[in-house]
Design a protein around this ligand. Structure first.
Ligand code: NAP
Length: 641
């Protein structure tokens, strides 16, 4: 069978090919040429990318060089087409590394190569897929998965591949989690889509490089159906409680459906795939309930409210508000944005760009173009962000920057922000953050945010809010800001992981109560005292410096599948991590986290921090390390029954 990443054979004319090449990432194209021709000399000449930056997919090549590369490409592609588009010969490890380094213009350390090779699947093999288990051994091992967002769907796919029976319980009426729930205007992903998708389910169908929510939701819908997961899902059903029974080594999972009907499911293992950012947090502002107009949270957008001609107050402007304001400014009569803390943002000119037909053609037909493009998006956002986030304790003025790299990052971001302000120093004072760069979630920007803020009919208010009245938001300086509608873009209960479910373990203790604001799990996945419970996107696994949650989910699910395989094949009743192993993990993670910018005391407000100013939900680790730690279960870390 032809390698699925080798591209579909084509017969397009020279003109059609030449037109397509105008759209594509030229450095990525050149690597595809090596596959088509088998000739690595094509990348050993003068034509090559000049530099690397996240989302800079042309490698800063000059227009002349790009044109020359396209001419060369046309010759190679024409020949490949005329030969009938044969499947390319596999490339060896040395050439693979050479090609990686050529594309990203820097050495790729040896320790990364196996992870990247697996991620790219150049051999056409999904290296993270589990082996199928003996059906007889699996038959009495039902698993319940809580949630059918990207991680719950992935869990279903892997369980199905392994042959383990499962049920997914999902409180929404459709798949996608965040991408199902967040329907606010402007909702889109900020990790490039050709990377923000399952490694084993690439698509040439993205219409934007950073797709809007509905397109992501549709992607997950398609994947769900291709993998036959839909029949396994109970929609519009919420898990209220899960209780471990030691006598039977089973979980009783209690559910409640849309109509209030309650049911219990029995499972040998439970996989929580509930996400971290989906329980809306609306601040208790004095007078909130006296507001006479319509008010709603960004994640519960009320589409019955017509914003046209309305005065809208948007309270909160983090990642969600940053997308909402530009998307509604044209429609409303007036928009007042209340922002407590300014956000760091960095340039991404392609943020709203459409994927040209030529890119889709290349993804469909040019051997491994999509795989190299994925790598090109992944690498600059892989572990480099950790360098800018690490605190140098000797660096002076930690309020401003935490290291030399942090200072340099601050300069690049500040320059980007101020370059859009036309010398408006008053606005600059409001929008340039006063804490170190990357200390909170950094936003991708193509200029629409500041363009929106400079409109006559948009105000940015940084003065704290004192209260809400029937028709206005009032700030501490006594100014009334009239409003017909309030949008709360105020984020989520990020530190209350698994809340509001009740999860009772071996001793009957409720896990979320035990955790409070300090949720911990070994590798973010398993918890002592809670046998056969596995978390995806669990404590300490949110990513603040790069990567993609889908990458993390794939690591976690591989590990969980290995746990389940160990349980089933070994005939065990249960497994849970050793307390000392988990304690050690938590201590090391917290020690590491305290060296990162996200823990800086100078950052006053951040959903990364709990009520005590500590960071428990984020990962401080390199992706390559997490990948290595989750490749296989170390049985010695666990207690088996
Ligand atoms: P968020 O980043 O936590 O932002 C919440 C906003 O509300 C902040 O401006 C915050 O101010 C403000 N706020 C909260 N409580 C407040 C209070 N009591 N008074 C005044 N202001 C208050 O939440 P979000 O924007 O919904 O984003 C959450 C996360 O979801 C993101 O970080 C990201 O992980 C994800 N997300 C991603 C995308 C994307 O991919 N593009 C889009 C949306 C969301 P402070 O900053 O001062 O706390």
């Amino acid at each position: 069978m032809r390698n699925p990443h080798a591209g579909q054979p084509f017969t397009d004319s020279d003109e059609e090919i030449a037109r397509a090449l105008l759209d594509v990432s030229v450095p990525t194209l050149m690597l595809s040429l090596v596959h088509m021709s088998g000739d690595p000399e094509l990348i050993r000449g003068a034509l090559k990318p000049a530099g690397l930056f996240l989302n800079e997919v042309q490698g800063y090549m000059s227009e002349e060089d790009k044109a020359a590369a396209r001419d060369l490409a046309l010759t190679v592609i024409r020949d490949y087409r005329d030969r009938g588009c044969p499947e390319p010969e596999p490339i060896g490890p040395e050439l693979l590394k050479e090609m990686m380094e050529w594309l990203v213009c820097e050495p790729v350390p040896e320790e990364y190569v196996p992870m990247l090779a697996e991620e790219m699947e150049l051999d056409g093999r999904d290296g993270r897929a589990p082996n199928a288990l003996d059906p007889a051994a699996c038959a009495d091992f039902p698993v319940v998965v809580i949630g059918c967002g990207e991680s719950g769907l992935l869990a279903g796919i892997r369980l199905r591949e392994a042959g383990i029976p499962f049920t997914i319980v999902e409180r929404n009426a459709g798949v996608g989690g965040t991408w199902y729930q967040n329907t606010y205007p402007g909702a889109r992903v900020d990790v490039g889509n050709h990377f923000y998708c399952y490694s084993f389910e690439p698509t040439d169908q993205w219409t934007h490089f950073f797709a809007e929510a509905h397109e992501l939701q549709a992607y997950f819908e398609g994947v769900m159906d291709r993998h036959g997961i839909r029949p396994h899902v109970r929609w519009e059903t919420e898990v209220t409680q899960a209780r471990w029974n030691d006598d039977t080594a089973t979980w009783t999972v209690s559910t409640r459906d849309r109509d209030g009907n309650r049911a219990d499911l029995t499972a040998r293992a439970v996989i929580s795939a509930v996400g971290q950012l989906n329980r809306p947090k609306v601040p208790d502002i004095p007078g909130r309930d006296t507001f006479a107009g319509r008010a709603f949270h960004s994640a519960e957008w009320d589409h019955s409210v017509d914003l046209a001609g309305k005065r809208v107050a948007m309270i909160g402007a983090g990642a969600s508000g940053f997308q909402i304001a530009p998307a509604i400014a044209d429609e409303v009569a007036h928009l007042t944005v209340f922002q407590r803390t300014a956000q760091w943002m960095f340039p991404n000119p392609n943020y709203h760009a459409e994927v040209g037909a030529g890119v889709q053609w290349a993804l469909r037909h040019l051997p491994f173009y999509g795989r190299w493009y994925r790598f090109l998006l992944f690498w600059p956002g892989c572990d480099k962000g950790l360098d800018a986030a690490r605190v140098d304790p000797d660096y002076p003025d930690q309020q401003r920057a935490v290291s030399e790299i942090s200072e340099a990052t601050r300069s690049v971001f500040t320059e980007w922000i101020t370059s859009q302000l036309d010398g408006d120093t008053e606005l600059a004072a409001k929008v340039v953050p006063d804490y170190p760069a990357t200390g909170k979630r950094t936003l991708q920007d193509n200029g629409t945010w500041l363009k929106t803020l400079t409109r006559e009919d948009v105000d940015l208010v940084r003065t704290p809010i004192a209260g809400i009245e029937a028709d206005a938001v009032v700030t501490e300086d006594g100014v009334r800001h009239p409003a017909d509608v309030i949008v709360y873009a105020t984020g989520f209960h990020a530190n209350r992981v698994l809340w509001p479910m009740t999860i009772r373990g071996r001793d009957g203790d409720d896990l979320t109560a035990r955790w409070g604001e300090r949720p911990v799990a070994y590798l973010g996945i398993t918890v002592p005292g809670y046998p056969n419970l596995f978390c995806m996107y669990g404590p300490g696994t949110n990513l603040a410096s790069g990567g993609s949650l889908i990458f993390h989910s794939e690591c976690q699910m591989r590990y969980i599948t290995d746990c389940l395989t160990t349980l089933i094949a070994g005939g065990h009743r249960s497994m849970e991590p050793r307390q000392d192993v988990c304690d050690d993990w938590v201590r090391r993670s917290q020690d590491e986290m305290r060296t990162m910018v996200w823990s800086q005391p100078s950052i006053e407000h951040s959903f990364y921090k709990n009520a005590y100013g500590e960071v428990y939900t984020l990962s401080p680790w390199r992706l390559v390390d997490y990948w290595g730690w989750t490749r296989a279960v170390n049985a010695a870390d666990f207690v088996f029954d």
